[in-house]
Design a protein around this ligand. Structure first.
Ligand SMILES: Cc1cc2nc3c(=O)[nH]c(=O)nc-3n(C[C@H](O)[C@H](O)[C@H](O)COP(=O)(O)OP(=O)(O)OC[C@H]3O[C@@H](n4cnc5c(N)ncnc54)[C@H](O)[C@@H]3O)c2cc1C
Length: 443
């Protein structure tokens, strides 16, 4: 196969990038599963937008504070500054955000936000955004969408990417030659037993990056979401109880039904408090009380959360629901610059797979859809500027040997192992460095 631009992943970042590429370029989007099975479809809470200039400093500080000030300041500024343009774009694609009675955009608030600056569509904002992007992509004659098509390797020589090796729906192996490749493969939740992510999101792009010496960054920066619905079935994808419910007044309670934490603190702080409380109480979960949220607000803003809880035996209108922390988001990833270019030529990384440093050590709620879209858009601008100097290398494709990919299960297992080892190693290095610096301080 041959294409101008290969996009690996059909979540919001991959689709948005495809829609921003010129109509005279042939774009091929592949996805490991069906088109609706991406984390972008699962986003509940919403997407941030800079409401007006007065909020810039507060929004910037909230993002930095949540990220423990390890954020890349330039990336944060870019994301905030470009937010209004991205939202205008989404509205032009048909995305329907909640409105006030006067027709203006309605905003909500989530944990660690000092202001209401989050746009939403009920509690299915991600589905609303991504399904509209998908509809628009399907209308474009230059965009081809291939389901159940998995990237298993990149084809590169001397640090320049020329395409990829794919496992097709029928299990056969093929190569695809591409002028430019975008990695838009999402997060790593599939590597964890408890995660809110789709199970097929296993950090494949990271394993490939490790094999090809593509630079990674902060790969041990992994966010645990404080509140997912507790279930005894450990194989199930964890269902998220959005932070917005706490933003609207929900409380966290221990086994004696007493509050033990300020619910609006950043995710990592609330997660730590819950885990400590569970240990103290000897329980597998804590309780979340959604009853302080006015009934009308609860039913209109969070209909899917209410329905899910009811289906699973709890009515949030009349009783508390059991919640537990689970792996949720990946702040680290393939290192990119502010145009989403990786350390390999002709290779970009966007969305959760990439790390441009926006989130620092911990992501502020509702910043990831926005970050995915802003930096996907910037990648396409960079590609357009550079496309005339793109190199092709058709000879290289004749040398590809498929034997090493033949055992799909074993290849996948080794890839997962590679990523987990790299995460553990990064964590170990960070702990050792922390020990050295604290010993230094004691002297
Ligand atoms: C339950 C939940 C709720 C969330 N709520 C919010 C929220 O309210 N606000 C917010 O801003 N963020 C939220 N997030 C985070 C946000 O949804 C994601 O960070 C964002 O959607 C990631 O988009 P993406 O395009 O990078 O990846 P995804 O949407 O995850 O898409 C990844 C794509 O890559 C494909 N893929 C992966 N590996 C391969 C491979 N080897 N070959 C081919 N295809 C591959 C997958 O099939 C998929 O199509 C939430 C996340 C979850 C899980």
């Amino acid at each position: 196969m041959k294409t101008d631009i290969l996009i690996v992943g059909s979540g919001c970042s991959g689709l948005y990038a495809a829609l921003h590429l010129p109509a005279d370029k042939q774009v091929t989007i592949i996805t490991k599963a069906d088109l609706e099975s991406s984390d972008s479809f699962l986003a509940q809470g919403g997407i941030c937008m800079l409401r007006d200039e007065k909020d810039f400093e507060n929004y910037f500080q909230d993002t930095m504070k949540a990220g423990h000030y390890e954020n890349n300041r330039e990336s944060v500024e870019i994301m905030i500054r470009e937010s209004q343009r991205v939202i205008a774009d989404l509205i032009s694609y048909g995305v329907d955000f909640e409105r006030e009675a006067d027709g203006s955009l309605a905003f909500t608030r989530e944990g660690a936000h000092s202001e209401k600056r989050i746009l939403f569509h009920e509690d299915i904002t991600g589905k609303e955004i991504t399904s509209k992007l998908l509809e628009r992509a399907k209308e474009r004659p230059n965009i081809q969408l291939l389901e159940y098509t998995t990237m298993i390797d990149l084809i590169e020589e001397r640090n320049t990417c020329y395409g990829a090796v794919l496992r097709m729906k029928d299990g056969s192996l093929q190569t695809i030659e591409a002028g430019v490749t975008f990695l838009a493969c999402g997060g790593i939740g599939g590597l964890y037993r408890h995660s809110t992510n789709f199970r097929h999101l296993t950090g494949d792009a990271l394993a490939i990056a490790i094999r090809h010496n593509i630079q990674l960054e902060n790969i041990n920066y992994i966010q645990i979401h404080p509140t997912t619905f507790y279930t005894e079935n450990e194989e199930e994808r964890s269902f998220l109880i959005s932070e917005s419910v706490r933003g609207e007044g929900a409380l966290l309670l221990d086994k004696n039904m007493e509050r033990f934490v300020d619910e609006l603190q950043p995710r990592d702080v609330v997660t730590k408090a819950i885990l400590a409380q569970m240990e103290k109480d000897g329980t597998d979960h804590v309780w979340e009380d959604l009853r302080p949220i006015p009934k009308e607000e609860l039913l209109s803003h969070f209909p899917n959360i209410v329905a899910y809880c009811r289906e699973h035996g709890y009515d949030p209108e009349t009783e508390c629901i059991p919640v537990v922390p689970a792996q949720h988001y990946f702040m680290g990833g393939i290192k990119v610059n502010s145009d989403s270019a990786t350390s390999m030529k002709q290779l970009y990384a966007i969305g959760e797979t990439a790390c441009n440093g926006v989130h620092g050590r911990n992501r502020l709620a509702s910043n990831s859809l926005l970050e995915s879209l802003v930096f996907a858009g910037r990648a396409t601008t960079d590609v357009i500027l550079r496309y005339n100097s793109i190199q092709r290398n058709p000879e290289l494709f004749k040398k590809v040997r498929f034997e090493k990919y033949a055992d799909a299960e074993e290849y996948g297992r080794l890839s997962n192992e590679l990523v987990m080892k790299a995460i553990d190693q990064a964590e170990w290095i960070m702990e050792e460095e922390a020990k050295v610096s604290s010993e230094g301080r004691m002297e």
